[in-house]
Each structure stands twice: as structure tokens, then as C-alpha cells.
Design a protein around this ligand. Structure first.
Ligand code: SF4
Length: 292
């Protein structure tokens, strides 16, 4: 059995600074992620910063052009292999950003499709998943997960479904976004042109095939926390997902950690996040992990 992990301090630079740039790399970056519970190697499939959501809390800097247009798979493979080796050798832990968390940097918790946009929007998602699975095997990262952080809008695409199957065979984990219980709140917070019922049906279809994590960002909008009616509707969505055969491993309840594009979108205090998380637990009976 592996040793218990040390607590991850919210104030560490490596936790607070999730800039998606490392050395000269264009597609791969290391972070200490509280939700990953340690070192996560992010794979930015959207260097062009394309997303089909426009969340009021999005931390992506959309004023600075991206480093590249599209993902270059051979380069991504080379960068990921190099970064894995830097982590395993201990060299990553000697970088200034990681000095406070050096002991966490040798254990690669996950390889995460995340980054500056929505990973399921690219045309060759399955090819990218296969490349990462091949590297994971070649580098003997057996317990390391492959995580997809997604807004769920593209989970019904044929190529994406093929990618999810490859993930399933390689410690895959899907973290699907659900920030609202009603179409109105979804439009206010996520500002997407995609219908809310498509997001819900994608989450359901995906969770019918394998257990998924639901990631929910809770925040204050113009000083107001999620209203009780919205919270009840959100909980009902989760209950409906489970009733219809969706498997939910856990909920990640988290809040704003970095500057937002809309100044009226602000973080919840830990007590407020805890109170909402507790209500979700009580209403749904699901496991809720809090990241204040
Ligand atoms: S889904 Fe993610 S990348 Fe897209 S706008 Fe929302 S927070 Fe930003």
C-alpha cells in the first residue's frame, strides 16, 4: 500500500499558478492539482483556445494568442515523454515553482486532457488519447489515470466515444462539468450556445457506460450564491442521472481560484462552499469532495 499523501496547501505557488506553459513546451504542462491530489501533467489539446462554453469564471487568458493553432501529436508525445522523465528523475521538484511541493512531484497522479479550451472539440481526440495511453504504458505509469476534463458538449461525437473507450482500458476518468440545474442558470454561468438538455443527455449516456466524476464550480454571481431553487434543481438533475442508470463516482465541488473575466463572478468562502456541498450530499446521497 502506498504511503498517505501529504495535505496539499492551497497557497503553494504550484497550486495557485496553473499557467499552461512550461519551459518551451507548447502542449504539456505540470501542475500540483488538489482535485488530482498531487502532480497532474496537463495536455492542452486546444492551444488555439477554442471552447464551446464561455464561462463567466473561465481562467483562460483570451487576450493573449495561443502558442499554436492545432495540436501537433508527435510534438505532444515528445513533450509528454520528456516531462514524465523530468518528474520521475526528481528534476521537476527542483524547479522554483515546485520547491514547496517537491515530494509530490515524483508521483504522477494523472495525465489530464485539459488546457485552454474544450478537448472534445478537436477532430482527432481518439488519436491523442491513444498517443497518451501508449506513452503511459511505455513509461510504466500503471496506476496513473488518464483524465478528461470536459464541459460534456462533445461526448456524443463518434471520435470522442472511441477515445473514451481507449481511456476505459487505460485507467481513464471523465470529469464532466455540471454547474447548473436549470437552462437559465446554465446560460448565465456557462454562456454556451449548446442546449442544456444536450449536456445532460451526454453526461447520462457517458455515465451509463462507466462511472464518471461530476465537476461543479460553485461561485457568487453578483454577490449571490446559487439560489435555493437552483440548488434543488441541480440536485434533482443528479438524482435523475442516477435513476436513469448513470453512474456517478463523486462530485467535485470547487470554487473560483484565479482571476475571472467577469469581476462579478467571485469565489465562495470555504464555509459557504461547505454548506452547499453538505446540501448536495443530503439531497442526493452522493459522495461530494470539496475544494475550497
Ligand atoms: S468550459 Fe472551461 S475552458 Fe471553456 S469557457 Fe468554461 S472554464 Fe473556460
Amino acid at each position: 500500500m502506498s504511503a498517505p499523501l501529504p495535505p496539499i496547501n492551497h497557497h503553494w505557488i504550484s497550486v495557485r499558478n496553473h499557467h499552461r506553459s512550461f519551459a518551451d513546451f507548447a502542449f504539456v504542462y505540470p501542475v500540483i492539482s488538489r482535485r488530482s491530489r498531487g502532480l497532474s501533467l496537463g495536455i492542452n489539446l486546444n492551444p488555439n483556445k477554442r471552447c464551446n462554453f464561455d464561462c463567466i469564471y473561465c481562467e483562460v487568458d483570451r487576450f493573449t494568442p495561443g502558442k499554436a493553432g492545432e495540436i501537433n501529436v508527435p510534438q505532444m508525445r515528445a513533450e509528454l515523454t520528456a516531462l514524465i522523465r523530468l518528474a520521475k528523475s526528481g528534476e521537476l521538484g527542483r524547479q522554483p515553482k515546485f520547491l514547496e511541493a517537491a515530494e509530490l512531484t515524483r508521483d504522477i497522479r494523472d495525465l489530464a486532457f485539459s488546457g485552454d479550451g474544450e478537448p472534445t472539440m478537436i477532430h482527432n481526440f481518439a488519436e491523442c488519447v491513444q498517443a497518451v495511453a501508449d506513452i503511459k504504458r511505455a513509461e510504466a505509469l500503471d496506476p496513473t489515470s488518464i483524465v478528461l476534463i470536459t464541459d460534456a458538449a462533445g461526448l456524443d461525437k463518434t471520435d470522442v466515444k472511441r477515445g473514451l473507450e481507449i481511456m476505459d482500458a487505460n485507467q481513464g476518468e471523465i470529469w464532466g462539468k455540471l454547474d447548473a440545474g436549470t437552462e437559465a442558470y446554465y446560460r448565465q454561468v456557462n454562456r454556451s450556445f449548446i442546449r442544456f438538455d444536450r449536456i445532460l443527455s451526454n453526461l447520462l449516456e457517458t455515465a451509463r457506460v462507466r462511472p464518471i466524476v461530476i465537476q461543479t464550480l460553485l461561485l457568487k454571481v453578483r454577490q449571490e450564491i446559487m439560489p435555493p431553487g437552483e440548488l434543488a434543481a441541480y440536485c434533482q438533475r443528479l438524482i435523475d442521472l442516477v435513476r436513469q442508470g448513470g453512474q456517478i463516482k463523486e462530485i467535485h465541488a470547487y470554487t473560483v481560484a484565479r482571476p475571472t473575466p467577469e469581476t462579478y463572478a467571485t469565489r465562495l468562502e470555504p464555509q459557504a462552499l461547505h454548506a452547499l456541498a453538505e446540501q448536495i450530499r443530503q439531497a442526493t446521497g452522493l459522495k461530494v469532495s470539496e475544494f475550497a
